[in-house]
Design a protein. Structure first.
Ligand SMILES: Nc1ncnc2c1ncn2[C@@H]1O[C@H](COP(=O)(O)OP(=O)(O)OP(=O)(O)O)[C@@H](O)[C@H]1O
Ligand SMILES: [Mg+2]
Lengths: 367, 551
């Protein structure tokens, strides 16, 4: 019963300014799909196009193959959870949740039943007759969620629903949301700029920047195999270093960073050889080599001990600052000013074209 | 798109209908005044009425007089209001809550009642004058003319400054004060260097409101001015006078007032936009306990000012129970005055006031909510015209509106003069800008996503407006409506021009009874008005749940 959403070449203009210019994506039935991107990249805009608050200046949006561009919002049968909850302050919890059902002329007894049901699912059944202003942020969030789900919408849309909550409640609520979504199985589009939240709840994530989709993938792939340097630096932390692809034959590629050379077996065949590349290494993908001269020579500038891990801030000869994370071992923390060498875990790192727009990693090959 | 278009049309139709109403009841009458002011009796167009005004000292001196009393009263009001607000916010004054209410009440009664009460106290035969004359064996002639007008206006208008400044002081974070103190500022320096600059915008804005109000008031100078003729008095006598009435000349005078208030309006807007700091106090100023002579002085000053402000009300209430013979009092207590005013032939005065006020409030609230919704949520070229147009009445003094209504609606098909409708509409229009402004502020505080949520839940736009937007606005609108009601029942300047014996209201009755020297009846009417205002004010406090008044 879940529906698929296809967004085909949609264009959004505000006056003369084009915010989204020909964006396409497919969302599968029942999927928890997240739009992730920096502030102002057009996430809210796209979401509001799906529900119909924003007009569509070009392209089309289809639900199960049916174009919905011209269907007014109140006929679209989509539920939305707003960042500020948008609870009706003059109605009790029950009336808030029943509002959509009344609009659909659902019989009274049925309304009662469905409201009670959903209140149990979002775990605020004891607050049924309370007025919203006497409730906490998390509880109001649950009303908003219940109110959107109770109408059995085809699509559930959420725009940064957790950003007004404190950190602990945020984690709790995101688990609740994920669980409820799975329970009712609605196709869900979720907007956030909190990457950890996105990684935690999503089936798939679309990373956006400047109105353009950078990558659509599972959380694991987004993190481990980013499609370009924007994604690799936006999601988590990546050190981007200039390198060179010296040769690439028989599935064995030779990469060089300064005087440090290493071999990789998962570089795409068509990347040429003897060309400059960007090597993207996450802090935890370095190996600090204190014994030999192998690796990128760096000087330790400072360090922070965080219990499970220790963070080192080091500098290369060229003056580039690099962050390195090591699991804390029982030995001494490397003192500031000490010269060490950095090696990389070749199976984990990513290599991009020189302009950072294209990944050279062949995902078909197991490194 | 079809259904979406249909919905849009409902708002479009509403906007057009409201626009039509404003064209008929605001633009047309005012346009007519403009036209009449330059139309000679022989049908030619010329500015000779304006030349006439500015070439004769008898005429233009009234304008000078008006500016003199207005500037003087505004200055006194500003100083009094500022000092009172600061004292009550910074020093613990016994009974300050009640003083606050008394100040508001003194503001809510029409200024001319103050004039007439002060004549009873300090006039030629005033109680206080007589006491002073017999004790000191003097021959004081009483307070009339310039001094009298300024006294009445100042005491009547400082509460406005007081309310605004007091509100601003409440939003002033005390840490600013403490910071200044820790930097070595003395108390006086602190007030002068920190507090005054921060509340200057509020002070200026409220002073300008006082200025506009005082400038166009005609009841006060009429009653206490004697030979001192101000511009509104000239206007009224040119229009209503028994000797020489000249409709076109009166129209020219109206145009002059409109121009002056227009300038003031833009000045106020400019100042309001330029100088407001947005502050919100985490830690508002707490009134401090002071001791010794400072405490005595502070209490003495505050109580004296409040007493002076409320004295007219007390006088009126007292005299309403005094027996009168002609214009003098016999010294006996009686209920005769009240019996007079509730006689069957007179009772309509009271019922009219309530009916007209209520009708106007209902109209003004419905229109105000609709207009502010249209201009905030349905921005378009049309609604922005509406936005500007609805602010128009703000700059048109009541007497001018009254006169323009009589000109515009005295023949068919719009024969309204003499009817209750014309009074109600004029009340409605006079209050419209205030209601729209407050409703706009209320809508501004409602997040659009609440309405969007309703729509996403399948509600239509109209249903969302009725079920979500309006109920959410209700509390704010209701308390605004009560304040409007209080100001409407004390309206005089347009009602005095539009009334007939059938549509007489309380203020008109008070005024005419005073003119006829029926002080007993006037006092009884005033008391009814005061009691109504006080009860409404208490209702306001209950509904709004706050003690802050915005007028
Ligand atoms: N109503 C509007 N009129 C004009 N420009 C708009 C409007 N709404 C959004 N924009 C512009 O569109 C761009 C995308 O805005 P959008 O709200 O979609 O960003 P977002 O990705 O949701 O950001 P955030 O994470 O801050 O919520 C921004 O540059 C914004 O200025
Ligand atoms: Mg957004």
């Amino acid at each position: 019963m879940s529906v698929a959403i296809s967004i085909e070449n949609v264009v959004k203009r505000f006056g003369k300014e084009t915010v989204i210019n020909g964006l396409s994506l497919e969302i599968k039935p029942g999927e928890f799909f997240t739009l992730l991107g920096p502030s102002g990249c057009g996430k809210t805009t796209l979401l509001r196009m799906i529900i119909g608050f924003n007009s569509i200046e070009g392209g089309q949006i289809k639900i199960d193959g049916k174009v919905i561009n011209n269907i007014p919002t109140n006929k679209r049968n989509m539920g939305m959870v707003f960042q500020n909850y948008a609870i009706f302050p003059h109605m009790s919890v029950k009336d808030n949740i029943a509002f959509g059902l009344k609009n659909r002329k659902v019989p009274k007894a049925e309304i009662e039943k469905r409201v009670d049901e959903i209140l149990k699912i979002v775990k605020i059944d004891h607050l049924k007759d309370r007025m919203p202003h006497k409730m906490s942020g998390g509880q109001q969030q649950r009303i908003a969620l219940a109110r959107a789900i109770v109408i059995h919408p085809e699509v559930l849309l959420m725009d940064e629903p957790l950003s007004n909550l404190d950190a602990k409640l945020r984690t709790e609520m995101r688990n609740a949301i994920k669980q409820i979504q799975q329970q009712v199985g609605i196709t869900t589009v979720y907007v956030t700029h909190d990457q950890e939240e996105a990684l935690a709840v999503s089936d798939r994530i679309a990373v956006m920047n400047g109105g353009v989709i950078q990558q659509i993938d599972t959380p694991k792939n987004i993190y481990q195999r980013p499609a370009n340097t924007f994604v690799s630096t936006f999601i988590g932390l990546s050190n981007i270093m200039d390198g060179k692809l010296e040769s690439n034959e028989n599935g064995k590629a030779l990469i060089r960073i300064g005087d440090y050379k290493f071999q990789m077996n998962n570089i795409k065949k068509d990347c040429g050889s003897n060309c400059p590349v960007k090597v993207s290494v996450r802090p935890e993908e370095f190996i600090i080599n204190k014994e030999t001269e192998e690796g990128i020579p760096v000087t330790v500038k400072s360090s922070v001990f965080l219990g499970v891990t220790t963070h080192y801030f080091v500098e290369t000869k060229e003056g580039q600052e690099i962050e390195v994370i090591q699991s804390s071992d029982i030995g001494e923390i490397i003192p500031n000013g000490k010269k060490v060498h950095l090696k990389v875990q070749v199976q984990k790192i990513n290599v991009f074209s020189e302009d950072g727009s294209r990944s050279f990693i062949d995902r078909e090959v197991r490194p | 798109m079809n259904t979406a278009k249909k919905k849009l049309n409902i708002w479009l139709v509403l906007a057009l209908a409201i626009l039509a109403l404003f064209l008929i009841f605001v633009v047309y009458p005012i346009g007519l005044i403009l036209y009449k002011s330059i139309l000679m009796e022989d049908g030619t167009i010329s500015f000779s009425y304006f030349t006439k005004f500015f070439s004769k000292k008898f005429y233009w001196s009234t304008l000078v007089n008006s500016f003199k009393v207005t500037i003087a009263s505004t200055l006194v009001s500003a100083v009094l209001g500022l000092i009172m607000a600061y004292l009550l916010r910074s020093i613990k004054i016994k009974g300050s809550k009640y003083l606050n209410i008394l100040i508001v009440i003194s503001y809510l009664s029409p200024p001319f009642i103050g004039a007439y009460a002060w004549v009873q106290l300090l006039g030629r035969n005033g109680v206080i004058t007589r006491i002073l004359n017999s004790v000191f064996n003097a021959k004081l002639g009483g307070i009339y003319g310039f001094a009298g007008i300024v006294l009445v206006f100042s005491l009547q208008s400082f509460p406005l400054v007081y309310m605004y400044v007091s509100g601003a002081l409440k939003n002033l974070d005390n840490s600013l004060n403490e910071a200044a103190e820790s930097l070595g500022c003395s108390t006086v320096q602190r007030v002068w260097k920190v507090i005054v600059p921060l509340i200057t915008p509020t002070l200026l804005a409220s002073s300008l409101l006082v200025f506009m109000r005082v400038f166009s008031d005609f009841g006060t100078p009429m009653l206490i001015g004697e030979g001192y003729k101000t511009f509104p008095v000239l206007l009224y006598s040119q229009f209503m006078g028994e000797v020489s009435t000249d409709a076109h000349y009166a129209a020219a005078l109206c145009v002059i007032v409109i121009v002056i208030t227009l300038v003031l309006f833009f000045l106020q807007k400019y100042i309001g936009n330029r100088l407001t700091y947005s502050m919100s106090a985490l830690k508002p100023m707490e009134p401090q306990k002071v001791t010794g002579i400072r405490n005595v002085l502070a209490h003495g000053f505050v109580y004296l000012v409040v007493l002076a402000a409320i004295l007219p009300q007390l006088t009126v209430i007292t005299t309403s129970f005094l027996e009168t013979r002609g214009a003098s009092y016999t010294g006996q207590f009686t209920l005769q005055n009240y019996k007079n005013i509730i006689m069957p032939k007179n009772i309509s005065t009271i019922t009219n006031t309530y009916l007209f006020g209520l009708a106007a409030i209902i109209l003004v609230v419905i229109l105000g909510v609709l207009i502010s919704y249209l201009t905030v949520r349905k921005r378009s070229f049309l609604t922005s015209i509406l936005d500007t147009l609805t602010m128009f009445p703000y700059i048109i003094p009541g007497s001018v509106l009254g006169i323009s209504f009589l000109y515009a609606f005295n023949k068919k098909p719009l024969l309204l003069s003499g009817t209750a409708i014309i009074v109600i509409i004029s009340l409605c229009i006079r209050r419209m800008p205030y209601t729209i402004r407050s409703s706009t502020a209320i809508i501004g505080q409602i997040s659009p996503s609440v309405e969007e949520a309703a729509i996403s839940l399948g509600s239509t736009e109209v249903k969302t407006f009725v079920k979500i937007t309006v109920p959410m606005m209700m509390a704010g609108v209701l308390s605004g409506a009560i304040m409007s009601w209080i100001t409407l029942i004390s309206e005089l300047s347009s009602s005095i021009i539009l009334y007939t014996s059938k549509t007489q209201t309380l203020t008109v009755a008070i005024y005419t009874e005073v003119i006829r020297s029926n002080f007993g009846n006037a006092a009884a009417y005033s008391t009814v008005l005061t009691i109504t205002s006080v009860l409404s004010l208490l209702l306001f406090f209950k509904v709004s749940g706050s003690e802050d008044i915005s007028v």
